[in-house]
Design a protein around this ligand. Structure first.
Ligand code: NAP
Length: 311
């Protein structure tokens, strides 16, 4: 039985792993792929102290190398569920069951879908959730970006350097993104802002090879419906947490509710990074969560060893 199993090998999970190993805890990190974490999809990170400008992928590779050097054991596997059996935690995976005294969930979050006709059928055929991944397919073409937050503006800026024309469609009359991103986007000559507007449908070409051809837009103020021809649509309307594998207290959007030590409603189960009800979804807070949770687990395991000292 492990002292600690950490589910998710992104920045939060690997930081928890580094701290746990330094506490002398027998720790295993389970991850879906060799290099994981939403951050790998980020083109340039500019708000991580000490690294004024670094690609998300490069930063993730540094975390991984650091974790391996610290002695963190990692395994690639899909986790199906986590549950308590008395004080013991049982983690079932596609490779069988594992046991630990404590579990930290660092499972992150994935992009939300718009839920409009045409979206699912055209994913990979012009519908995308990641400009860093798919942007290069749209060189000198036209793309629509949906959303008004940091993700939408960050990726609209990436696309403005590749595509001929970028339309940013937002349902409100003002953006939510950080001012610095807004200023950059406003000064890009090929980004046009379409406010108070919703995407109602994504329409693909007919024929054997279907690709996005146009979007149907509705002006939410006037009710006017119009077509906008485009080669692609990039959707950034927020994120959904990967928390279905565990039955603990969550908020209405599915983010795991935690206390200040990252503890969930179930003793011995903790949640960190984007999958918890964090006030901001940032790299610095994710790694901070990892350090806090590993410290909490160390204290928790001590309290199991010496129950008379706890409380
Ligand atoms: P977000 O901040 O939640 O913004 C989502 C945007 O999508 C909002 O403008 C929202 O509109 C809009 N939206 C939501 N549902 C919609 C729908 N059904 N139809 C149309 N529009 C919809 O999400 P995010 O931009 O992905 O950012 C998530 C977190 O990551 C944030 O904390 C952000 O700061 C962080 N992040 C940081 C950076 C960076 O620091 N460089 C980069 C990327 C992300 P309303 O404004 O009307 O709600």
């Amino acid at each position: 039985m492990y002292d600690l199993i950490i589910i998710g090998g992104g920045p939060a999970g690997l930081t928890a792993g580094i701290y746990a190993v330094r506490f002398g805890l027998d720790t295993l990190v389970l991850e879906r792929s060799e290099i994981s974490g939403q951050i790998t999809l980020t083109d340039i990170v500019e708000n991580y102290p000490g690294f004024p400008e670094i690609s998300g992928l490069e930063l993730m590779e540094k975390y991984k190398a650091h974790a391996l050097k610290a002695g963190v054991e990692t395994r690639i596997t899909e986790v199906l569920s986590v549950r308590s059996e008395g004080a013991k935690k049982v983690v079932s995976t596609d490779g069988g069951g594992l046991e630990a005294k404590a579990v930290i969930l660092a499972t992150g979050a994935n992009p939300k879908h718009l839920g409009v006709p045409g979206e699912e059928a055209l994913i990979g055929k012009g519908v995308s959730y990641c400009a860093t991944c798919d942007g290069p397919f749209f060189r000198n073409k036209t793309v629509v970006v949906v959303g008004g937050g940091d993700s939408a503006l960050t990726d609209a800026l990436i696309l403005s350097r590749i595509a001929k024309q970028v339309y940013l469609v937002h349902r409100r009359d003002r953006l939510k993104a950080a001012k610095v991103l807004q200023e950059r986007a406003f000064s890009a000559p090929n980004i046009e802002f379409i406010y108070n507007t919703a995407v109602r449908e994504i329409v693909g070409s007919t024929g054997e090879i279907r690709r996005v051809e146009k979007v149907i837009l509705e002006n939410l103020k006037s009710g006017e419906v119009r077509e906008l021809p485009t080669n692609g649509i990039f959707i950034y309307i927020g994120i959904r947490p990967n928390t279905e594998i565990v039955d603990v207290d969550k908020d209405e959007r599915g983010f795991i509710r935690t206390g200040r030590w990252m503890e969930s409603s179930e003793k011995g189960i903790y949640a960190i990074g984007d999958c918890r009800d964090t006030p901001i979804w940032q790299l610095v807070t994710a790694v901070s969560d990892g350090a806090v949770a590993a410290t909490a687990v160390n204290e928790y395991l001590e309290s199991l060893k010496y129950p008379e000292k706890s409380g």
